[in-house]
Design a protein around this ligand. Structure first.
Ligand code: IVH
Length: 668
């Protein structure tokens, strides 16, 4: 290759990698595999190494400077980075709205609602489309120059996408770490005996303030852009237009941002986000409500440090400080021992919290959690509260490190380490705790749905020797039930009827009800569909199982082990003898057979998984990507780029109502 050709190849690779970055990080719609990307990336790296004259500071390979900085310099913000005033509850949000309406005289003044991300605010500077500098917020006027560290974040384009770009673009956004990546990062730190981060925000802040950008590069940082600094060469009359321009330039914006009209929509958005909070992959601590019109913003102006045209609606605190009374060990359905802290009851976000899970011995060791410690407890979404950290300064005298018992607290059998030693498990199959939990799971609403068979009743039945396996449920004797405390003729008959009714549940629920480790509701549905009967499923070996798209090696092994176990086998034989042998619900043959659906956004009447399950029952497919093979795109609330793609390909788009209508039409 001559120099001209090499230069051309280098430019071409740079351009293609930039385009793939944009698709991956901004559109969330990659068209090549990670491996293909890596190959291109390495090819470019090698060419640039051999021909440094063709490399450029904005090449996609130039994310890691590789030089250790002695200290961060400072960087002045061309326009100050403001903060927001807070509304601590709905009432204060409504007051903000009243002030706004008083000012504009229009109760429907357009607003933009955005999640308030709980990370680190930063500024990015693009000059003629090239990323030239980045800084922390600092005191609002001057921040620390963290350009080299920001360069390592793949969601920050080193060169803006598209044409034309403004001569100067300053944008502000939040650098965050997702909850899952935070957990992973802390696990890795634990295994190297490093102190864990207290929360994702601290992890993000700590990662950005590393003097060695290589360390920053190794951290899973992400960014969302939400505000403008100084811009030259482009004007916006609406914030929503600015957000759209950001996306066009390849800067990532939050897909949950929404245009709102009026007080009730604003409150609805606040409530909706608070409800969604637990399910989001990252932490948010409120919503930000902003006036959309730039002209109104200008007229409303500022207080000393905060604009009058925006407000942060903060959610109720999810963390509180309380004391651990003692640590108790529970034995779950699969025999795993879980340590649980009994707490001095404390109100968190409107719920009285009395217990928090401590997960396992590793977690206890890493955080050095002891009985009687004062701790920070967090309640996130609907999940079980957990202990975030110990307040060591408040540790009472005479506490000792906590160790899980080496015998099962329920049956006294020795416990064994599983999962590479992280968890401990009681392997005694007759352990009453496992038995009770297993039966309770079998009877639960989403499994066989046996009404009236809750934890207390199961306990009573097991302890009085009426049941020793789920099969015994179907042999329950009315007379024996009537002997039990609290049972009258009515409650006994109701229970027997509920048990009888459970015989008619479809195979998918039955498979889920068995409680095979690693098989949840979704996989149970996949297995039911693929095998049609329990007998067929029991014959499947690991090869057959892994040939099914959704099933990996660990799950396949877990299924084969489950059915290979003599006790499980006996229970299932018993069930079959008692007439419990559910079949898969037959797929309905309709005009929908063979069609491909893509779901985007959130549906109000069902989860996306439920929707997928429904179309599968009609013999249709559910796919994750829109392509020319897609037959229907079902768009829920806040549908994303898939919707745009569907429109550009002229694929029929259904809203939720049309979708349920379609299903109804074919189910009659
Ligand atoms: S706008 C003048 N939008 O919250 C408006 N801020 O006290 C400036 N934040 O320091 C900020 N999510 O770090 C805005 N969607 C969002 C935000 C957001 C999080 C942070 C930001 C700022 C603080 C406001």
């Amino acid at each position: 290759m001559n120099d001209k050709n090499i230069e051309q190849t280098v430019r071409d690779l740079q351009k293609r990698l930039r385009e793939h970055n944009y698709r991956y990080y901004v559109l969330d719609d990659p068209v090549i595999s990670d491996a293909e990307y890596d190959r291109m990336f390495r090819e470019l790296q090698e060419l640039e190494k051999a021909h440094p004259e063709f490399s450029r500071p904005d090449s996609p390979t130039k994310r890691i400077g590789g030089t250790l900085q002695k200290a961060f310099g400072t960087l002045e913000h061309r326009t100050p980075m403001l903060s927001l005033s807070n509304a601590l509850n709905e009432k204060e949000l409504r007051e903000f709205h009243k002030r706004l309406v008083k000012f504009t005289g229009d109760a429907g003044t357009e607003l933009v609602g955005e999640p308030k991300l709980d990370g680190l605010g930063v500024e990015l500077v693009y000059e003629n489309g090239i990323f030239t500098a980045g800084a922390t917020r600092g005191d609002g006027y001057t921040g620390e120059n963290i350009t080299e560290n920001l360069r390592t974040i793949r969601q920050i384009p080193l060169r803006l996408h598209g044409d034309p770009v403004p001569s100067l673009l300053e944008v502000r956004g939040e650098v965050i770490i997702s909850k899952a990546n935070f957990e992973r990062l802390n696990r890795e730190r634990g295994s190297r005996n490093e102190k864990p981060f207290a929360n994702p925000r601290n992890a993000a802040a700590g990662s950005l303030r590393q003097l060695d950008p290589r360390i920053t590069a190794s951290r899973p940082l992400e960014i969302f852009i939400y505000a403008a600094g100084k811009i030259e060469g482009r004007d916006f009359d609406k914030h929503s237009g600015f957000l759209q321009a950001l996306r066009d330039w390849g800067l990532r914006t939050n897909p949950l941002n929404a245009i709102l009209h009026g007080e009730e929509e604003m409150i609805g958005y606040f409530r909706n986000m608070e409800q969604k909070r637990g399910e989001l992959p990252y932490d948010i601590d409120g919503v930000v409500i902003k006036v959309n019109s730039m002209e109104i913003r200008d007229r409303m102006g500022m207080r000393t440090r905060t604009p009058r045209w925006a407000i942060a609606g903060k959610f109720k605190a999810r963390q509180e400080i309380t004391q651990i009374r003692n640590i108790e060990v529970q034995v779950g359905r699969t025999g795993v021992l879980t340590p649980v802290a009994n707490l001095k009851p404390v109100q968190i976000g409107g719920v009285l919290v009395k217990r928090a899970t401590l997960h396992n011995q590793d977690e206890i060791d890493r955080k050095d959690i002891r009985e009687h410690d004062w701790v920070v407890v967090e309640r996130a979404g609907d999940v079980i509260p957990k202990v975030i950290k110990v307040i060591e300064d408040r540790r009472p005298a005479g506490t000792r490190s906590y160790r899980l018992p080496d015998r099962c607290p329920v049956c006294g059998a020795r416990v064994q380490r599983i999962d590479d030693g992280v968890a401990v498990k009681c392997v005694n199959r007759e352990c009453p705790s496992q038995l009770k939990n297993g039966i309770q799971h079998y009877a639960s609403k989403r499994a066989m749905d046996i009404e009236g068979l809750g934890g207390k009743t199961v306990e009573q039945l097991v302890e009085n020797g009426l049941i020793a396996s789920v099969a015994d449920l179907y042999r329950l004797d009315r007379e024996a039930l009537l002997q039990l405390e609290g049972f009258g003729t009515k409650s006994a008959d109701n229970l027997l009827e509920a048990v009888e009714r459970s015989k008619r549940r479809p195979l998918s629920r039955f498979i889920y009800a068995l409680g095979i480790p690693n098989v949840g509701e979704y996989l149970a549905g996949v297995l039911a569909e693929r095998f049609g009967s329990l007998g067929k499923l029991m014959e499947a070996d690991e090869d057959i199982l892994t040939a099914i798209g959704d099933i990996g090696g660990i799950v396949a092994e877990s299924i084969v082990n489950y059915f290979g176990n003599e006790a499980n086998h006996a229970t299932i034989r018993n069930l079959q003898e008692l007439g419990i042998d559910p079949r898969a619900v037959k797929r309905k043959d309709t005009a929908l057979k063979g069609k491909t659906f893509v779901f985007t956004g959130s549906l109000s009447g069902m989860t996306r998984d439920e929707a997928k399950e429904k179309v599968r029952r009609f013999g249709a497919k559910a796919s994750g990507n829109v392509s020319s093979n897609t037959d229907y795109v079902v768009a829920g609330e806040e549908a994303g780029s898939k919707l745009d793609k569907a429109r550009s390909l002229d694929i029929p788009v259904l809203d939720e109502e049309e979708f349920t209508g379609l299903l109804k039409k074919y189910s009659e």
